[in-house]
Design a protein around this ligand. Structure first.
Ligand code: PHE
Length: 341
């Protein structure tokens, strides 16, 4: 049996170097270090390139053997690099996912479906009640002309009632000519100008006053306006409508009463209260027989038609129906508060 030719030392050296490179590759813990190791070993001054240069120095008989060894070394290093790279990439991706992960435990921990805000619930229940009584829902803009908000409602410039409204004016046109509506009553005017009697509408909506927020006041709040214009409408129709509404909305155990009051846009005017089953009275809003000047401003002949109007705050219903002590709680969007309704 012939002796095997001795393995050229260049090959044994190469094998050793490759082994050490392979174990370094296995130890690398991030892709940046792997890139560095790749250019160190496969780059211009790396061991593969210098081994390849050495091929020229060995004897022609060994040349093929050495060439194959260099090629194998290169392949095994490349393979090891690729394997390690894939392994690291998976780990880095997992790490990144971990660090970018959002903490949804609070949400997941309390699975819950959103629901309609208690104010909107009250608003919709009120609309439903009035629709059931034969009313239609009307709307008007939040930004109003001073004319719709005041003059047309029999509150001319200089009228003391204007001061009571703490208006927020908008910088538009003549100073004082544009206002954030201080009540939903301008919708009375807009409706009368838009449609012929008979009119049976309610207008729920947002209103604005220069008020400081406290437990019972907000500078932005909500009202529901009602307007009826038909033939021979009087105070008795108003009282009857308020009473029907009270029973339909709050329940059979509730009743209502009117107390004399003053509003420039109604004559006579009244405050209406409701009585709870326990006998306690609660002030709800204002109302009255529509003033002839208001009908005229709305283009309606007061000799032929008459009507009544009422308006009350919707936000107060939250306190009345749900026992909310501080109305501000309803609008801070604290989910713990809102979830109760
Ligand atoms: N607009 C009045 C207010 O905001 C309420 C009201 C409406 C009174 C309609 C009478 C008739 O206080």
């Amino acid at each position: 049996m012939p002796d095997l030719p001795p393995v050229p030392s260049i090959i044994t050296d190469l094998d050793q170097n490759v082994q050490s490179v392979l174990s370094r590759i296995a130890d690398v813990s991030d892709t940046a270090a792997l890139d560095a190791l790749e250019s160190e070993t496969l780059g211009k001054s790396g061991l593969i390139v210098s081994a390849r240069k050495a091929i020229g120095e060995v004897s022609p008989t060994e040349r093929k053997l050495v060439g194959m060894a260099v090629q194998e070394s290169r392949t095994s290093i490349e393979q090891a690099l690729a394997d390690r790279r894939q392994f690291l990439a998976q780990g880095e991706r997992a790490l990144r996912l971990q660090s970018e992960r959002m903490d949804l435990t609070e949400v997941i921990g309390t699975p819950s479906v959103g629901h309609i805000h208690p104010l909107t619930q009250a608003w919709e229940e009120l609309e439903d009640t009035f629709i059931g009584m034969g009313f239609r829902v009307a709307e008007g803009p939040h930004v109003e002309t001073d004319w719709h908000n005041f003059d047309a409602l029999n509150i001319p410039k200089g009228h003391p009632a204007r001061d009571a409204f703490d208006s927020l004016y908008v910088n538009n046109g003549e100073p004082g000519s544009t206002v954030l509506r201080t009540h939903t009553s301008p919708v009375q005017i807009r409706t009368m100008l838009e449609q012929e009697p008979p009119i049976y509408i309610v207008a729920p909506g947002r209103v604005f006053r220069r008020d400081t927020a406290d437990a019972t006041h907000l500078p932005v709040f909500h009202q529901l306006e009602g307007l009826v214009v038909d033939r021979n409408i009087g105070l008795a129709d108003l009282a009857g409508t308020i009473e029907s509404f009270t029973k339909a909305f709050f329940g059979e155990g509730f009743t209502s009463r009117l107390r004399p009051n003053y509003f420039p846009f109604t004559e006579p005017s009244a405050e209406f209260d409701i009585q709870r089953p326990d006998g306690s009275w609660l002030e709800l809003g204002g109302c009255g027989v529509v003033h002839p000047n208001v009908l005229k401003a709305g283009g309606i002949d007061p000799e032929e038609w008459s009507g009544f109007a009422f308006g009350f705050g919707i936000d107060r219903f939250l306190s009345i129906k749900n026992g909310v002590d501080d109305i501000r709680d309803a609008f801070t969007n604290d989910i713990r508060f809102l979830q109760q309704f």
